[in-house]
Design a protein around this ligand. Structure first.
Ligand SMILES: [Zn+2]
Length: 471
């Protein structure tokens, strides 16, 4: 059996791992995840690189979860000739129906904007390329085969596939593949996908896996520890209580899928515990609204505490006034609220979407608070706010930053170093081969060293991109 690492090797994005094996008398190939590379020019070039084999040679695809860095190039692969099934959980499939069309739309908008600027002589450098169209997304969605956690399927002779809950985002899965090569014993390959943080809101703890011959483990935060949930809650209570007392607004930029629902549950839970007063919360992002409804739909997949909070809210609907904004006019009406509102809106890094309007309206007043809950990439508006710039330019106008800016750590969909090591300690014996993927070089190296030092595992490697390893 051979594994080739096409992405998320020495970096966080572009997850895709190809497995080749001799099964039932045939050479077979399948791929786990087919994600987009994200961040800068180099990523764009890697997204355009063709595979060194024909997409028609791929028998099937296994998708661990809906995040674009794991799923985002599937429509391109299907457009290039891959016609086989793509296996994922039902919640992942529902999320993809929101995320993939949005990804196509964003690419199209990027190209349009660049073309406009080019015509005006204001665009220098490479033109962006749309990787696929809305129509190609629709065709791709027809290739999905939905299976549930714990269900075992046989995608082809000699392979059994099972998903277990990874506790990362709705629908996220650890993929367990039992591979029976001709004349060989069965090999169990475990692909961690992205592993969630134990004991956090919304998602259950990642499932414990006790056995693997070959393991691929993510390492996004393999070199650091998150702040505790308690600290995160204390910080939120402090900022929101004091802003409400001062009759200000609290603006929370949040990614539409995952983070918005996490923040929402946290706030409702704090009201339930009596730590926050009655709140007026507005969720102003169509994608966040759709993702929140999906979260309700998959209620039984949430962790116990969140189910309890949700049930309590159903019984006490007046404790929090929660409104989802549908149209742009309603969104603009929010501009008139001068205090007492909590507004959650996307994008999470403040670069686009309705959040920019809310920032333009609320940044100039000292009684308001901006609460940053997620990672802010260098160069983003969110990052500049975190870095406490005195002024930003929005919609072509200078806007003074008088509102207070708060960064709330501790909300992460990924396990930290301790969480990852804890998950690995569930294995009864070390896998014969462990590959550390999905981490920046420093995080991956530090985490590989921790696995060797703290768990005593010896066969631990950090694969390079495009490297092929015989297992
Ligand atoms: Zn993810």
């Amino acid at each position: 059996m051979k594994i080739q690492f096409f992405g998320a090797a020495g970096e966080v994005t572009g997850s895709r791992h190809s497995v080749q094996a001799f099964l039932g008398g045939h050479e077979r190939r399948f791929i786990v995840d087919y994600g987009m590379f994200q961040g800068g020019r180099e990523a764009s070039l890697k997204n355009l690189e063709p595979l060194p084999f024909s997409p028609q040679e791929i028998d099937f695809i296994v998708l661990t979860h809906a995040h674009i860095d794991h799923s985002g190039l599937l429509p391109r692969l299907c457009a290039q000739g891959f016609t086989g099934p793509i296996y994922c959980t039902s919640a992942t499939f529902e999320l993809l129906k929101i995320l993939l069309p949005d990804s196509a739309h964003l690419q199209f908008a990027d190209v349009e904007r660049a073309e406009r600027k080019q015509k005006a002589g204001k665009w220098h450098g490479d033109m962006p390329v749309a990787l696929y169209s809305r129509e190609e997304v629709e065709m791709t969605l027809n290739q999905f085969e939905v299976i549930e956690y714990g269900q075992v399927v046989k995608p082809c002779e000699g392979v059994q596939l099972e998903f277990r809950n990874a506790g990362h985002i709705l629908g996220s899965a650890i993929a367990i593949l039992d591979i029976q090569e001709t004349d060989s014993p069965v090999k169990r390959c475990v692909f961690s996908g992205d592993i969630g943080m134990k004991g956090r809101v919304l998602m259950p703890d990642p499932a414990v896996i006790s056995e693997a011959d070959v393991l691929l483990i993510e390492s996004t935060y393999g070199d650091r520890l998150h702040r505790s949930l308690q600290e995160t809650e204390d910080e939120l209570v402090e900022v929101i209580s004091s802003t409400m007392r001062g009759h200000g607004n609290v603006i929370i930029p949040a990614f539409a899928v995952g983070r918005t629902q996490e923040v929402l549950f946290l706030l409702i839970d704090l009201v339930r515990k009596g730590l926050l007063p009655h709140l007026s919360i507005w969720v102003d992002s169509p994608m966040a609204t759709a993702a929140t409804h999906l979260t309700e739909h998959f209620f039984s997949q949430l962790d116990q505490q969140s189910q309890a909070t949700f049930a309590w809210f159903k019984d006490h609907p007046d404790a929090v006034s929660l409104r989802f904004i549908a149209d742009v006019e309603e969104s603009k009406a929010l501009n008139k609220i001068k205090g007492g509102a909590v507004i959650i809106s996307a994008s999470g890094m403040c670069d686009a979407g309705r959040i920019v309007h809310h920032l333009a309206n609320n940044l100039p007043y000292a009684q308001n608070a901006i609460v940053i809950t997620g990672f802010q990439a260098y160069g983003s508006l969110g990052r500049r706010l975190v870095d406490k710039v005195p002024m930003v330019r929005l919609f072509g106008e200078e806007v003074l930053v008088k509102a207070s800016i708060h960064t709330i750590g501790g909300l992460s969909a990924h396990a930290d170093k301790a969480g990852l090591l804890d998950w690995l300690s569930g294995f009864k014996k070390p896998p014969k081969a462990t590959f550390v993927v999905h981490g920046e070089p420093k995080a991956a190296a530090a985490f590989a060293a921790s696995i060797r030092d703290e768990l005593g595992w010896t066969h631990v490697q950090i694969p390079e991109r495009l490297q092929t390893i015989q297992c």
